[in-house]
Design a protein around this ligand. Structure first.
Ligand code: URP
Ligand code: ZN
Length: 432
């Protein structure tokens, strides 16, 4: 058998198995996994001894090129997918926003255009619903057929994204009928708004009041359920940062203004344990970058005007490997599960993506589990002027990254092509 590429002698890690061996690639697919695959006629042979070979990361929560809070998130589909690829993420699911009065199709078309010529790696969309008449209800079924199989609903951001209970109920019923999945931003936005107005009236305007006006009870109330199947994500910022970061001098706390907000430090270990024990299934990033200069500064005198969001698309795999595997909280297999396999299963990408198997897309990361780096704005690739994780030491770094059989990152350089990323039509979800 002849291979386009053979990755040799790596430790191949999936959510289920670990083995030392070779991975053969033909075209955009994995075509063989085994010991000592023939390399004589291979187009290319890459030595991966001492490295892990893992499925490309899947980030199911990003906001690229998103108008929000009077400005637009700083990474577009080119800079955002390049930064993602540097971090070992080869597929992302972004959000197509339906603004009031629009059809869902308009939202989908708008975001497809944003991505088409720019993405260097594969992408899909959830559709954010803000307005659900009978025509849009019908469109939900049509979008599911076209591979947009999940919808995002917000219980927060009154006047922007927040939906009333009747609309939430209608959307959930329709999703259930067609096997769609609902992603819920679960905070009691109405109650939070009352607390926010009170804080402003008392002259509390600094960034940290963004967090202090969104109490845990407003999240707990919105997430309680009747024991029905519900899955949950967390993000690296909630595992590494805390309310203390918001006490940074001057206006620096604005760097950590995102929603849901940071909590007290003791929450971090609870979240790590949630990942270890599978009460949390997925690590995404909620990447929504706004530069400190001119963007975050829109809220210099009023925390409610600080655009909500933080940059994180690039370091998800390294941060989770560092704290999860080197931190002895879970195995490399569980690491692969939370950053790739479970997201793929939940969002209808598995087994095309999220694993290494014959016939799967050759989205592969050669990962050095022992290389150490310090995260910094000076070296990151996101188009944003600060890092939420500045100075944090990581151990475990993607070295070579393939998207559907093509190298996109090699020897610390981007070697892909804008526009090479493809829209992925998703199936409906499978139980994780
Ligand atoms: O603060 C955040 N997360 N901004 C992006 C929009 C959202 O809430 O997901
Ligand atoms: Zn988000």
């Amino acid at each position: 058998m002849r291979f386009d590429t053979v990755i040799r002698n790596g430790t191949v890690v999936t959510a289920m198995d670990t083995c030392v061996g070779d991975v053969g690639i033909n075209g955009d697919k994995v075509s063989a996994i085994g010991a000592q695959l023939p390399v004589e006629n291979a187009g290319r042979v890459i030595e991966a001894a001492g490295h892990l070979v893992i499925p490309g990361g899947i980030d199911v929560h990003t906001h690229l090129d998103m108008p929000f809070g009077g400005t637009t998130s700083a990474d577009d589909f080119q800079t955002g997918t390049i930064a993602a690829a540097f971090g070992g993420t080869t597929t992302l699911i972004d959000f197509a926003i339906q603004y009031k009065g629009q059809t869902l199709r308009q939202a989908f078309d708008t975001w497809m255009k944003k991505a088409h010529d720019k993405a260097v790696a594969d992408y899909a969309f959830h559709c954010i619903i803000t307005d659900l008449g009978s025509a849009q209800l019908e469109e939900m079924a049509q979008l599911i057929r076209e591979g947009v199989t999940s919808f995002k609903l917000f219980m927060a951001y009154p006047g922007v994204f927040m939906l009333d209970d009747a609309t939430i109920f209608r959307a959930m019923s329709q999703a259930a009928k067609y096997d769609g999945l609902i992603c819920m931003h679960a905070e009691n936005g109405g109650a939070i708004d009352v607390i926010v107005q009170k804080a402003l009236a008392e002259g509390k305007r600094a960034p940290k009041y963004h967090a202090l006006t969104r109490p845990t009870t407003a999240e707990a109330e919105a997430t309680s359920d009747r024991g029905l199947p519900a899955y949950a994500e967390t993000c690296p910022q909630y595992l590494y940062l805390s309310l203390e970061n918001m006490d940074a001098p001057g206006f620096e706390g604005a760097k950590y203004v995102f929603t849901p907000p940071l909590r007290e430090k003791w929450h971090q270990e609870k979240l790590w344990q949630g990942l270890a024990k599978d009460t949390l299934q997925v690590v995404s990033t909620d990447h929504c970058p706004f530069c400190f200069k001119e963007q975050k500064e829109l809220g210099k005198d009023d925390f409610t005007k600080i655009p909500n969001g933080g940059p994180g698309i690039e370091h998800r795999l390294s941060l989770i490997y560092t704290g999860g595997v080197h931190g002895k909280r879970f195995s490399p297999n569980r690491f692969v599960e939370v950053v790739s396999t479970a997201p793929a299963k939940l969002f209808g990408l598995y087994p095309r993506k999220g694993t290494i198997a014959v016939g799967s897309d050759a989205d592969l990361v050669i990962f050095d589990p022992n290389e150490e780096q310090v995260i910094s704005v000076k070296t990151h690739h996101m188009r944003v002027d600060y890092s939420m994780f500045e100075g944090i030491q990581i151990k475990g770094v993607p070295k070579t990254v393939f998207s559907r059989g093509r190298a996109v990152i090699e020897a610390g350089k981007f070697v892909g092509r804008p526009g090479a990323g493809q829209f992925v039509r998703r199936q409906t979800y499978s139980v994780v």
